[in-house]
Design a protein around this ligand. Structure first.
Ligand code: GDP
Ligand code: CA
Length: 321
């Protein structure tokens, strides 16, 4: 039974992660429950033009603060690109990677604090003081972890170059996270997972968002061992990714783009995996049996996160699962 005021931990990436996190916050507020802890992927963080970028951290922060650009799907609403034009004129940075002016303010603030000696966890704590986020955010680790894409033609690209410049059009054969083997979970991460009543895996990219989080030594084990129920939400609806190119990532690691295949990829805790239950979209209801055969409780629900209300409804189903 779910306690009336559950302690909730969410593992999340950027776009799918932020929409889901908004819903979790709303659902918990209705229950009068404590703030959830969101453990954010930092595997696609990078240095560019001397500043530290944390795409997934910023997507979640901006969404919770209500200052995100909902149309474009990333960055700040109403941002301009004057500094970016100047960087391009200098030939600095990446011509195909836009940095908004307001967004650069965030990156500069963060970089300054990192240079002052704060850890990424402390920087995030500091950044959370500006807006009442209603969520406790933790980076998965304080160590620098990258995501590289190994291409079929033998090449190797930084994830952002493959994703943003090449729109995932170059066929990948594997993903690697340099730095992850030596990383340790950020302070509070293992404790939050161990002390939770429910751990939710957001409908984020299983390969390059949730994958890196679970690859930080100690995090997968913490999820496997927690007394909390672990519930995942499918990022696949009707056999397709909702947005983005996660299907290319799944194909590269040999996982079919289907709700059941992603559930099997995470696996049941009873069979060495990380999940107890899996939320599938109504469009994928027929796959519920396959999910149960894999040892998971299958719960069918509408999974389109159109706005905070629909995301909150999904979060409520996940909490009750
Ligand atoms: P990124 O870090 O910005 O790439 O974002 P995430 O990894 O957090 O989320 C990307 C995933 O979110 C994609 O694979 C989508 O399939 C999924 N997604 C986006 N919108 C929705 C939605 O409305 N419902 C569900 N179930 N998944 C979604
Ligand atoms: Ca991301």
């Amino acid at each position: 039974m779910l306690p009336p005021q559950p302690r909730v931990v969410v593992l999340a990436g950027g776009v799918g992660g932020s929409k889901f996190t908004l819903g979790v916050r709303a659902a918990l507020r209705r229950l009068g429950a404590p703030e959830a802890t969101v453990i954010v992927n930092t595997g696609d963080d990078l240095w560019l033009s001397g500043v530290r970028l944390q795409p997934d951290v910023d997507s979640i922060t901006y969404a919770l603060a209500g200052v995100n650009d909902t149309e474009r799907g990333w960055g700040r609403a109403g941002d301009t690109e004057r500094v970016n034009e100047e960087l391009q004129a200098w030939g600095a940075g990446w011509p195909w990677f836009t940095l908004g002016d307001l967004d650069l303010g965030t990156h500069l603030a963060r970089t300054g604090w990192l240079r002052d000696g704060l850890t990424p966890t402390q920087v995030l704590e500091r950044m959370a003081q500006r807006w009442p986020l209603g969520i406790r955010m933790l980076p998965m680790t304080d160590s620098e972890v990258d995501t590289h894409v190994l291409l079929e033609d033998g090449g190797r690209l930084h994830f952002q170059e493959w994703w943003t410049r090449h729109r995932a059009k170059l066929t990948p054969r594997a993903f690697e996270n340099p730095g992850v083997a030596d990383a340790v979970p950020a302070p509070g991460v293992a404790e939050a997972i161990a002390g939770a009543d429910v751990v939710l895996i957001a409908p984020s990219n299983p390969v390059v968002s949730i994958g890196p989080i679970l690859s930080v030594p100690g995090i997968r084990d913490a999820v496997r061992k927690t007394s909390a129920k672990v519930v995942g939400v499918s990022p696949i609806i009707g056999g397709r990714v909702v947005r983005g190119m996660a299907d290319v990532c799944l194909t590269a690691i040999g996982v079919e783009t289907s709700a059941a295949a992603v559930a099997r990829h995470y696996g049941a805790r009873s069979a060495g995996g990380v999940l107890d239950a899996w939320l599938l979209a109504e469009e994928d209801a027929a796959a519920a049996t396959d999910v149960e055969i894999a040892g998971l409780r299958a719960v069918v629900a509408p999974l389109w996160m159109r706005d905070e209300e629909t995301s909150a409804a999904i979060a409520e189903v996940a909490l009750r699962a």
